[in-house]
Write a protein that binds this ligand. Structure first.
Ligand code: NAD
Length: 249
């Protein structure tokens, strides 16, 4: 079943990990997708990988500076111009730093806030303007399980994801009247490049307290993005959906 047939999505941080899985899942479900990354080379590589799976996938690559509102507006406009409409904004790009407070570099804190929070604001604003004109749409934000209870080091990252939850809840209340739904997905430990590179002992230690007894696969997170973007979730807005195997909850 093509749950997103005829829909157009823009996915930030789409070159690898969770974002790449979302792009692939959306394409397989009938959407047209603008895949965004920070560098042309990584965007081109991701597009080539997708075209190998299916040369007819309707996907374009963009690399706007998400911290720059004008560049974000241009990316949204280009997506609409290419595919004729604009339905789904996925705010997924994110970075973290794990230092303790005593060693935390102030510039790391600012960089994390700029990408994880300000970019989500910029993209939501640009997307909502187009969606309102069009009669509706869906904004989905990648938050994290640490947005529910913090983490014992790297304070900037959980702080940014608490902010993402706040943006999600507030915009859901503000934009409902314009038929724009806004939700967040809170992944647990997910097998992206970083997790895949960890030694088995470290992964075993991470997995031990997770009731489902394993890390999450990016495709399992992507399925939540699929559901929430689709009409199956037509009455769901302002939700924070955990995809974490009940880790720490
Ligand atoms: P990743 O590091 O594998 O990929 C990050 C993506 O963000 C890449 O596509 C990259 O191009 C993009 N990006 C990085 N810096 C950027 C910048 N300055 N401008 C634009 N794009 C930039 O990440 P991932 O693990 O797949 O994480 C994706 C999202 O999921 C992030 O928001 C992250 O916080 C969240 N998350 C991940 C996990 C996990 O275990 N992997 C758990 C919870 C939440």
């Amino acid at each position: 079943m093509e749950l997103l047939k005829g829909k157009v999505a823009l996915v930030t941080g789409g070159t690898r990990g969770i974002g790449f899985a979302v792009v692939k899942c959306y394409l397989e479900n009938g959407a047209s997708v603008a895949l965004c990354g920070s560098k042309k080379e990584s965007v081109d590589k991701a597009i080539a990988e997708l075209k190998e799976i299916n040369p007819d996938f309707p996907v374009i690559g963009l690399y706007p500076d998400l911290k720059n509102p004008a560049e974000v507006e241009k990316a949204v406009a280009e997506t609409k111009e290419k595919f004729g409409r604009f339905d789904i904004m996925v705010n997924n790009a994110g970075i973290s730093a794990r230092d303790s407070l005593y060693d935390y570099k102030p510039e790391d804190f600012v960089n994390i806030m700029n990408l994880n929070v300000t970019a989500v604001f910029n993209c939501s604003q640009a997307a909502a303007k187009v969606m309102k004109e069009q009669g509706g749409g869906v904004i989905l934000n990648t938050s994290s399980m640490v947005s529910l209870y913090g983490q014992p080091s790297g304070v900037g990252y959980p702080a940014s994801k608490y902010a993402v939850n706040g943006i999600t809840k507030s915009l859901a209340r503000e934009l409902g009247k314009d038929n724009i739904r806004v939700n967040a997905i809170l992944p647990g430990v997910t097998r992206t490049d970083m997790v895949a590179a960890l030694p088995k002992e470290v992964v075993d230690r991470i997995v031990a307290p997770i009731p489902l007894g394993r890390v999450c696969e990016p495709e399992e997170v992507a399925n939540a993005f699929l559901f929430l973007a689709s009409d199956l979730a037509s009455y769901i807005t302002g939700a924070l959906l955990s995809v974490d195997g009940a880790a720490r909850t």
